[in-house]
Structure formats: C-alpha cells, structure tokens
Design a protein around this ligand. Structure first.
Ligand SMILES: [Ca+2]
Ligand SMILES: [Ca+2]
Length: 429
C-alpha cells in the first residue's frame, strides 16, 4: 500500500502531539462530580402494598424536589412539560415569589395546534394554566414560535429546574401525581450540585424564556467540550434538537458499550437506535430492555424487532408507566434525561440528555434500580403462569394482566375508556 501524505505525517509526528490534543478534548473541572440520584418507588404498587386510585400525594421524590425548590434565594428557572395536580409545587412557587421575593420563571408545553393562551383545554397537563394565574402570565412562556404560531410538530418536553444558577434537577419525572408525586410511574431524577452544569441548563432556559426560541429556532452552544471532573467522571449535555442527541449522545453511547447495555425506555421507535442495538448484540454486548406497555402498543415500536435480533426485552405489566429514558453501559456509563428514543424527540422537541461516563457510583445506583425493576418482570416474562394466569408477553397498558391498571383511575392506554369500562378490564370483576 502506498504511503499517503497523512500516514507519513502521522508516523513522523511525536506522540506528545496526540497526548496534547487528547487533553484538549475535555474541559477539566477541579471538583468531584457532585450529585444526588433519586428513583421512583413503584415497588409498593407492584407488590400490592399500595393499590387503587392514584391520589395526589407528595412522595419521597416530590419532597426532595420541594426542598430543592424551597431552597431558592434569588432565581428559580423551571422548564417543565406541564403540571398535573401536585398542589405542593404551586404552593412552593407562590411562597417563593410572594413571601421571599424570589424571581420565578417557567417555560411549559402548550398542546399542539392551539394557541389560545392560558385556556386549560390547551394543555395536556390540565393544571399547567394555574402557573400563569399564580406567577403572572409574563413569568410563564409557552412553546410558540417567533411568529406566534404553535409548534405543531414539537413539544417542550423538558423536566428541569435550575436553582440560583448553582444546582439543576433533571430526569424523566413530570410534575404530576403519577410521576414525581405518587411514584406510580418508573422515573429517575438527578440533582446536580455544580454551577458550571447549572449554568448550561440556565442558558438553555434563557433561550426559551427570554429569546422565545423553541425547537429548531434555538442556537447551539459554541463550546461543548465534555466536562472532566476530579473524580474521573466525564459529563456531556445535549439539548434537542440543536445538539443532535440521537447521533451524538444515544448512538455514540450504544456504540461505545463493550459488554453490557441495560435500557429503560418509554418509547423506542427510532430505526437508527434500533440498528445500533442490533449491532451491539452482534459484537457480543448483552443488551436488555425494560419497555413500557403503551410504547409497545405503538405501531412504530422497535421492541419486537429487537427481540428477534437477540435483545432481551421485557414489557412491563405495572399499572404505572415505564417512563424512564435511560441506559447504563458496562456498569459505569449512564445516559438519562427527558428524551425518548424517537426521531421527533431528537429532531424537533425541546429536550435534554445527560451522559455521565466513568462514574462507578452512579453506574451502581442506576444498575441497582434497573435490576429491581427487571426482577418484577420475571413472572411476566414467562416464569410462573399459575400465579399470573393472565400472562402475556406484551401486556396491555390497561388490562387485567397489568397490576392495578383497572383500578387506578387512569386511562392508561389513552383510548378514552377508564378502568372497568376499558375493554382490557372487561373480565375484571
Ligand atoms: Ca386504568
Ligand atoms: Ca383506557
């Protein structure tokens, strides 16, 4: 083979050059990566300790978020899909604003295709409009484009809260009774106590809130080097759509996996993600997926195809949702955020994704939660059919085979029929 100019250059260039350029690929932070990790306790629902209608409680995850929100001294920035029940949240915001003179600002999703501001019917989450009543409409912005039109193809799907530009809460949990409140759905949340990361989220918030730039109108960050912390953790942040998270976060994360890949997902429809998972199986990576039953009912879902490719897939049979959008690779690399593995989420929605590499502690915490969730699906996966006579490989989101789904007061499969009236619950009594 003829030696190209580039090969000659590479061979004649001292090693120090590549070492220097490698160091330049990170921004070093002289602090350990400081965080707290929270998971939803769905297990008491799954084992029957809790059952029946999902009420508007404030469980441990909600109380952690409340104590964070209540600690704000100057400025609270809230980017949330919406509010459903969870009066404690509205009360906390009002207290901050009215009693403590804290600046409280929010961006929320508006139901697609309707621009009539602050009509409760325009929000998927019905209590979102109370925010504007509480804070004043100038303090709450909806995701309309610069010409004032609704972003009909995208949603403001973030769930993050920035406190004084010093701390940020992020993850998959909405401010709703089923997510943060009663922990009926499986979610994870990460409280990052680092101003550098908080500022990145705050800047993203400001693009939406101050500039009124949503979806494809947002600009990318100029400097996006991964942050390398003193404990060895490497953190990268990706916002949708400007940071191309499907290619740069998700596919990259899958391709780097060497031995194991555990995924917990609400919706997985993106063909590129599915192909990357197939390739991972081919090169010997053990790939497991805990998947949501509603996600599994979607025509574009890739879970059946992934099963055929050798991915171990378990569709949940909980009344609540598998609402996480998270993955663990090789036990020490973690991906989480608001982004489902779908094309729309990556290319259109306002979303955030965080990748934390080389964190044994977070890897262990996430793996522990994944393992506990996985174990609840042992019987659903085909083990003990006598104790679960209604066993199905792909349980319906609302049906006798999904624990408590016929008694929870929730239209789990979004078909307009609730509990006993739902076809899936016809033989319930
Ligand atoms: Ca139900
Ligand atoms: Ca239903």
């Amino acid at each position: 083979m003829a030696m190209t100019h580039w090969m000659r250059w590479a061979l004649s260039t001292p090693l120090i050059v590549s070492a220097t350029s490698l160091a330049g690929t990170f921004e070093d932070v002289e602090l350990p990566f400081s965080y707290e990790f929270y998971t939803s306790d769905i297990f008491s629902w799954v084992d029957g300790t809790r059952h029946g209608t999902v009420s508007d409680s404030a469980g441990p995850m909600a109380l952690k978020l409340k104590s964070l929100v209540d600690s704000t001294r100057n400025h609270l920035e809230v980017a949330i899909y919406g509010v459903q029940k969870q009066q404690w949240f509205l009360d906390s915001l009002l207290h901050l604003k009215a009693d403590l003179n804290v600046k409280v600002e929010a961006v929320v999703d508006q139901r697609q295709g309707e621009v009539d501001d602050w009509n409760p019917e325009n929000f998927d989450y019905p209590d979102t409009s109370k925010l504007a009543g509480l804070l004043g409409s100038g303090f709450v912005k909806v995701d309309i484009d610069r010409r004032g039109n609704a972003n009909t193809n995208s949603i403001m799907h973030n769930k993050f809260v920035v406190v004084d530009r010093k701390k940020v809460w992020l993850g998959s949990a909405n401010i709703s009774h089923t997510d943060a409140g009663s922990e009926y759905n499986a979610n994870v949340a990460l409280l990052v106590k680092n101003p550098q990361i908080a500022r990145v989220y705050s800047d993203e918030f400001r693009q939406m809130f101050r500039s009124g730039a949503f979806s494809t109108e947002k600009a990318g960050r100029v400097d996006q080097k991964p942050l390398r912390f003193s404990d060895g953790s490497i953190v990268e942040i990706f916002f949708s759509p400007q940071d191309d998270p499907m290619n740069r976060a998700i596919l990259e994360f899958i391709r780097r996996a060497k031995t194991s890949l555990d995924i917990a997902m609400f919706f997985l429809t993106d063909p590129k993600a599915a192909t990357a998972l197939k390739d991972a199986v081919k090169r010997g990576v053990k790939v497991r997926l805990i998947y949501d039953a509603l996600g599994a009912s979607h025509a574009a879902s890739k879970h059946s195809w992934l099963r055929d490719q050798g991915v171990e897939v378990r569709v949940e049979n909980w009344g609540g949702k598998m609402h996480m959008k998270a993955a663990i690779a090789d036990g020490i690399n973690v991906l989480l955020g608001s982004l489902n593995w779908s094309s729309a989420g990556s290319l259109k929605n306002d979303e955030n994704t965080m990748v934390i590499r080389h964190s044994q502690r977070l890897g262990d915490e996430m793996s522990d939660y994944f393992s506990r969730l996985w174990a609840t699906l042992d019987r659903a996966a085909g083990g003990d059919r006598r104790s679960r006579p209604n066993f199905m490989r792909d349980p319906r989101a609302e049906g006798i085979e999904s624990i408590n789904s016929c008694e929870d007061g929730i239209d789990n499969d979004h078909d307009g029929m609730l509990d006993a009236d739902d076809d899936g619950c016809a033989n319930h009594r």
